[in-house]
Each structure stands twice: as C-alpha cells, then as structure tokens.
Design a protein around this ligand. Structure first.
Ligand SMILES: [Zn+2]
Length: 64
C-alpha cells in the first residue's frame, strides 16, 4: 500500500485509493505544497524510526 510522506513534518499518511495526486485519507496534505510530499511504500516506512504515522489515517490499525 502506498503512503504519502510529508517531508517537512516527517509524517506518513495513507494515500486515498483511486487518486492520482497526493490526496490522503485524512485530507491533511490538501494544503501542503506538492514538493514537500512524496509517495512511498507504507511497509518500507515502518523501518524508518524518523517517520511518524498520522493518527487519523492509521487509527484503525492501532488499538491499545
Ligand atoms: Zn493522515
């Protein structure tokens, strides 16, 4: 699955399926300049300790 990484805040969001731009599930990147965004694999981001997951995009995958 693809994620959208905000390189300024180092936060990864879930990419909204079917959208060709950087639209995310939570919509947080809609006002962010596209040169600050990057499409990356969510699986690969799990190995990067510097990247935080968006609490809204990943809320269903969390759970305490
Ligand atoms: Zn998000």
């Amino acid at each position: 699955m693809d994620g959208v990484l905000n390189e300024t805040t180092k936060t990864i969001h879930k990419h909204e399926p079917g959208r060709s731009d950087f639209r995310t599930i939570c919509g947080a990147t809609s006002h962010v300049a596209h040169d600050q965004l990057r499409l990356i694999s969510i699986d690969r981001s799990e190995n990067d300790a510097g990247i935080e997951r968006c609490g809204r995009c990943f809320s269903e995958a969390g759970g305490y």
